[in-house]
Design a protein around this ligand. Structure first.
Ligand SMILES: Cc1ncc(COP(=O)(O)O)c(C=O)c1O
Ligand SMILES: N[C@@H](CCCC[NH3+])C(=O)O
Length: 382
């Protein structure tokens, strides 16, 4: 069944984000059904979507919160996540952000360098606290995804490189206000070749053995997020392949007795429940191209302009019409403000309502006010 909206929403001014919270609930149930029996703990990466009604459902399903800024830590607290279910990750945490998170007594900081460990030690010591820390390693595992959203290769800025790890670990004994509780890795986003999670598991197994030799047995492992979704066929695959994802770790990751293993998924949790609704402002025929110019643009959904990402587009006003070829673009003064070139859509005209699918993750959160655009509204159903 394809996407539709309730008749009352036809009067809603466009563009707006439409969130199907019942679908979010079904997605969360499928996630927990795959994670819990296998003994994995799911966290949600807030960066994908920080709307409070969305966070409320995620918290109610029992997930923890993975945050990458002081603002996200605060949002997680505001949404009611318990501090001991909050992790603070990120390659550039400021002193002020660290201090706030320490004061809130969050569960863990994912530290990305030796220098950051020293800062954590100094700031925690000054507050009379101990910072629980997981070392984020850069495992040099290729995620086989878009180069802009690969994070676990040596060329990326993220994590502690394997070559530097011995020196960073050696430093720990001189940092009394830091307690090493875990190891963390995240290799990239929108991963559809699940075998890369086997590669990651094998790398983490080696690292754990090496750390045990150094005298560190870790109560906690965090294998990151990254599970991709089906942008091309959202209706056929509304719920991501959580079974495939968790069974890969179940099979390949060697867990120590009593060890907790976290995942921190963003996109797979929220992408399919969000849709950007927009109206066609103008049709324009150039020499070679028929343009459909929408009232939504890269200011509402930046992914196509930023990564050339595909989002499935439906014309809700004329779903069954004969198909023609269009370039679907936004109103912003940038040539990259395009949702797709040479798309086959039913005959489209001014005033038609279109749905841009799979926009719940990295959509609204990445919106901007460029061209002094007003922020699009969010509407929740279910
Ligand atoms: C460290 C970290 N954790 C979790 C995520 C969430 O990733 P995804 O939305 O692909 O599950 C990201 C984003 O790529 C990330 O950088
Ligand atoms: N914002 C990106 C993903 C980045 C994930 C965060 N490391 C996207 O839209 O696909």
């Amino acid at each position: 069944m394809s996407f539709s909206i309730s008749p009352e929403l036809l009067a809603q001014s466009t563009p707006f984000y439409h969130y199907d919270l019942a679908l979010l609930d079904r997605t969360l149930a499928a996630l927990q059904q795959a994670a819990k029996p296998r003994g994995f703990q799911a966290h949600y990466a807030l960066k994908a979507n920080v709307n409070l009604p969305v966070l409320a459902r995620i918290k109610a399903a029992g997930l923890g919160a993975d945050c990458v800024s002081g603002g996200e830590v605060q949002r997680a607290l505001d949404a009611g996540f318990a501090p001991d279910h909050i992790v603070f990750a990120g390659v550039g945490k400021s002193d002020a952000e660290i201090n706030r998170a320490l004061a809130a007594d969050i569960w863990c900081f994912n530290a990305e360098s030796g220098e950051e460990l020293q800062v954590l030690n100094a700031l925690a010591g000054a507050q009379g606290r101990t910072a629980r820390v997981a070392l984020r390693v850069n495992p040099n595992v290729d995620a086989h995804t878009h180069p802009h959203i690969t994070t676990g290769l040596e060329a990326n800025k993220f994590g502690i490189s394997l070559a530097d790890l011995p020196a960073v670990v050696a430093q720990l004994s001189s940092l009394p206000s830091v307690e090493l509780v875990g190891l963390h890795a995240h290799i990239g986003s929108q991963i559809t070749d699940l075998t890369v999670f086997a590669d990651l598991s094998h790398k983490l197994n080696e690292l754990q053995t090496w750390l045990a030799d150094q005298g560190y047995t870790l109560p906690h492992l965090n294998v990151g997020g990254g599970l991709g979704i089906d942008y091309h066929h959202p209706d056929e695959n509304l719920i991501p392949d959580f079974e495939g994802y968790f069974s890969m770790f179940e099979k390949h990751l060697v867990r120590r007795p009593g060890q907790q293993v976290h995942v921190e998924l963003g996109r797979a949790v929220v992408a399919q429940c969000g849709t950007l609704l927009s109206r066609v402002l103008y049709m324009k025929q150039s020499q070679q191209t028929q343009f459909a110019i929408l009232d939504a643009g890269m200011t509402e959904l930046m992914r196509p302009a930023l990564y050339g990402s595909y989002h499935h587009i439906q014309n809700l006003s004329n779903p069954d019409g004969d198909r023609y070829i269009y370039d679907v673009v936004g109103p912003i003064c940038e040539s990259s403000d395009s949702f797709g070139k040479e798309l086959a859509l039913p005959r489209t005209q001014r005033g038609d309502l279109v749905a841009i699918r799979s926009a719940g993750a990295y959509g609204e959160v990445m919106s901007s006010g460029y061209n002094l655009r007003e922020k699009a509204a969010a509407v929740y159903v279910g």
